[in-house]
Design a protein around this ligand. Structure first.
Ligand code: MN
Length: 168
C-alpha cells in the first residue's frame, strides 16, 4: 500500500542565517529540524538539528522565495528528497517521543541509514537539540563536503511565493 511509503525532504534555506531544513513525513505532517551546517554522509560528523514546529505535508516540494516580512524570508530549494523508511520501529512518532529514531533515506544524495537522537543533559538545553548522524554502511563516506543548490542559476529561476504554512 502507498500508505507505508513515507517521504523526506532536505530543504536548503537561504534566510538571514542560511541553513538546511530536514523534514520527515510522520503522522500526516512534516516533522522538521533546522540544521545549521546541513547533513553529512560522514558518520564522524554529527550535525546539530534543532527541532522546529511541524510543517504541513504540502510544503514538501516547496521551492520559491519567501517574501520579505514573513518569517524565514529568503530562497528555499529542495536540496534532496525521496523515500524514508523507519528502522527498528513501526511507530516513528513514538520513537521520536523517546528521543531516538533510526531510518533509511532513499534520496539522490542522502542514502542509507541515519539516526536522529535527542541530546540530553545539555547545560542550556531547550529540549529541541537533536543530532543527525550518518550510520556506518556502504553509503557512508569518510570525507564529505556539502554542495549548495542555491546557485546563481537556480536562484534566477525562483519566484516569490507564499509558503502554505508558517516556516522556520
Ligand atoms: Mn528554514
Amino acid at each position: 500500500m502507498a500508505s507505508d511509503m513515507l517521504r523526506f525532504v532536505m530543504h536548503e534555506h537561504g534566510s538571514t542565517r542560511p541553513h538546511y531544513d530536514f523534514r520527515l513525513e510522520i503522522g500526516g505532517v512534516l516533522k522538521s529540524w533546522a540544521i545549521p551546517k546541513g547533513p553529512s554522509m560522514n558518520p564522524a560528523e554529527k550535525r546539530l538539528a534543532v527541532m522546529v514546529p511541524d510543517h504541513v505535508l504540502e510544503y514538501i516540494d516547496f521551492e520559491g522565495i519567501i517574501p520579505e516580512g514573513r518569517y524565514g524570508a529568503g530562497p528555499v530549494v529542495v536540496w534532496d528528497t525521496g523515500d524514508f523508511i523507519p528502522l527498528d520501529t513501526d511507530d516513528p512518532q513514538m520513537a521520536l517521543t523517546r528521543g531516538k529514531l533510526r531510518f533509511e533515506l532513499k534520496g539522490k544524495k542522502l542514502k542509507g541509514a541515519f539516526a536522529l537522537a535527542l541530546m540530553k543533559g545539555l547545560p542550556k538545553s531547550t529540549g529541541k537539540e537533536w543530532l543527525l548522524m550518518k550510520m556506518k554502511d556502504s553509503h557512508a563516506k569518510s570525507s564529505y563536503a556539502i554542495k549548495t543548490e542555491l546557485t546563481p542559476k537556480k536562484l534566477a529561476t525562483l519566484k516569490e511565493k507564499d509558503p502554505p504554512c508558517e516556516t522556520e
